[in-house]
Design a protein around this ligand. Structure first.
Ligand code: GLN
Length: 537
């Protein structure tokens, strides 16, 4: 198994402390020292993947090149590190049990009683250790979903503990993220929840090497001593993670400053060396000194939950960084939009983005927004459902086809301009059955898309069942809706554009999954540029 080391990142006290960003930042900091890393997310839920979960409950479903529908933390891994992320980087209780039960049915366990320990824990370990077989991997970072103490995460914590036995204590590092709450009246900081959370971890046989403590103010030395005394974690390995209002892209630098890299390298048994973090410093410079600002409306039905459009918001920020500007996001719930209030909602935005979505709710508001953007020549970017909306709106208001619709919303529509993909006709099961993952596309010259990519080909990730209805292709083209990209065989329409408009682009794929802070996605980049220019006019 070579000399691969394993870092486990667990969370205590409560959820939403930023475990994904902490794990990603650990990846960033190790890569800055030249180490090759891999990142794994283990999730205690019983769903096979995140694809069947509502964005309202679980946030965005992140799609990988190979078509896995995963937890949004994998998006952070791709944005913060260069680790190649695919299906195998996301492990759920559902997958683990499914695999073990299939083996049991085949008779692979030769009459044994199949149990959580060792069979379930072995399967969890196998899925983490598989990365040690990759060429060049030095460290595998595993983020354990949930909070220590939850019933569901026990097998994962136990599997992590067994790594001590399997690969040796010197090859395993446990990082525990906790919260130091502040009692507001007195501003008093409280360490007790952290002490209890570490005790909980110790009951499972894990003594953390590093504590990351989320708190609102700097940690006094005497508190660090006290925590060290109660938890056995060395003083220098107790790292305050101060919750100031910084961009998530400044967190690796904040951790570096607080001594996390020193503590990590020491625990990993690696000699200390300086890191190459120039690009992160430059990024922080851009983030803190924007030269302009542009207001972008994101109109969706899952808007209430901050995480539902995570990659879209991030890609918009990346596009702003590229243009040395700042994005002001105006988040609008599509269910509240109507023809009559559209003006007051959209009159002072510089760009309108309609993201992906499923189901009929909120569709009318989105159609009204697309119409407003088209008629007022406001830059518009439609992603997946956002492109389908563009097609429906065009059919109704330019081609004059009353009740044109997607078959998803009106199966009886006289003009089903968006229809089910042929391969989807006989599929009933919901899990993992959409058109998923990366497909190549042919870009048509003389389009905004061609200009953005600077190429006649693209590869982008998909997640949909419906598609532009080819029966109407000619009608649309004759009337000014340009086809900007198709599948390589020319069959499926992957992108449309408005003519006589500064920037009206719809894409059937999800470009937001391939944007990162150092390389804004070309369509987002040009959309933000168009929005900044629209503002000047
Ligand atoms: N509901 C639409 C479809 O299935 C759009 C999907 C999406 O926006 N991801 O085609």
């Amino acid at each position: 198994m070579g000399n691969v080391k394993y870092v486990f990142v667990s969370g205590g006290v409560c959820s939403s402390l930023g475990k994904g960003i902490a794990a990603s930042s650990i990846g960033t900091l190790l890569e800055s020292r030249g180490y090759k890393i891999q990142m794994v997310k283990v999730d205690p839920y019983i769903n096979i993947d995140a694809g069947t979960m509502s964005p309202f409950q679980h946030g965005e479903v992140y799609v990988t090149d190979d078509g896995a529908e995963t937890d949004l933390d994998l998006g952070n891994y791709e944005r913060f590190t260069t680790a190649s992320i695919s299906k195998r980087n996301s492990v759920t209780t559902g997958q683990v049990y499914q695999e073990v039960i299939e083996r049991e049915r085949r008779g692979d366990y030769l009459g044994k009683c199949v149990q959580v320990i060792p069979h379930i824990t072995d399967e969890i370990k196998r899925r983490i250790m598989v990365f040690s077989k990759d060429a060049d991997v030095d460290v595998v970072i595993t983020e354990i979903g949930g909070t220590v103490g939850d019933i569901e995460s026990v097998p994962f914590i136990e599997a992590a503990r067994q790594f001590i036995f399997d690969v040796g204590r010197e090859n395993v590092v446990f990082v525990h993220l906790t919260l130091i709450p502040e009692l507001s009246a007195a501003g008093e900081l409280k360490t007790k929840p952290t002490q209890h959370s570490v005790q909980r971890l110790m009951e499972y046989g894990i003594l953390p090497d590093i504590l990351l403590c989320r708190m609102n103010q700097p940690m006094p030395d005497d508190m660090r001593h006290k925590l060290s005394l109660f938890t056995n974690v060395p003083f220098d390995s107790i790292i305050p993670a101060i919750s100031t209002k910084v961009s998530i892209y400044e967190i690796p630098l904040a951790y570096e400053k607080q001594g996390l890299t020193k503590a990590l390298l020491k625990s990993l048994g690696f000699a200390y060396k300086e890191g190459k973090l120039d690009k992160w410093h430059n990024l922080s410079e851009v983030i803190n000194n924007p030269k302009g600002e542009t207001k972008i409306a994101v109109i969706g039905k899952y808007i209430k939950l901050q995480d539902s459009y995570k990659s879209i918001y991030e890609a918009l920020h990346h596009a702003a960084f590229y243009n040395c500007a700042k994005i002001k996001l105006v988040k609008i719930d599509s269910e509240t939009l109507t023809e009559s209030n559209i003006e007051e909602n959209l009159q002072d935005v510089d760009g309108i983005l309609i993201p992906g979505g499923f189901g009929e709710r909120g569709i009318d508001g989105k159609i009204a927004a697309a119409k407003y953007a088209r008629e007022h020549k406001i830059p518009y970017f439609g992603i997946c459902l956002g492109m389908q909306i563009m097609v429906i709106e065009y059919a109704r208001n330019v081609l004059g086809w009353e009740n044109a619709n997607s078959k998803e919303f009106d199966p009886e529509s006289p003009y089903p301009v968006v229809a089910l993909l042929e391969e989807q006709q006989y599929i009933d099961a919901k899990g993992g059955t959409m058109r998923l993952g990366a497909y190549r596309g042919k870009i048509i010259p003389d389009t905004l898309l061609y200009k953005a990519y600077g190429s006649s080909e693209l590869s982008e990730r998909h997640r949909h069942r419906y598609e532009f209805n080819n029966c109407y292709r000619e009608d649309f083209e004759k009337n000014g809706l340009k086809i900007a990209c198709t599948t390589m065989d020319g069959q499926l329409v992957e992108s449309v554009e408005w003519t006589n408009h500064p920037f009206g682009v719809g894409v059937q794929f999800h470009p937001e999954f391939k944007s990162n802070p150092f390389e804004a996605h070309p369509i987002f980049r040009d959309f933000a540029k168009a929005a900044l220019e629209y503002k000047k006019v």
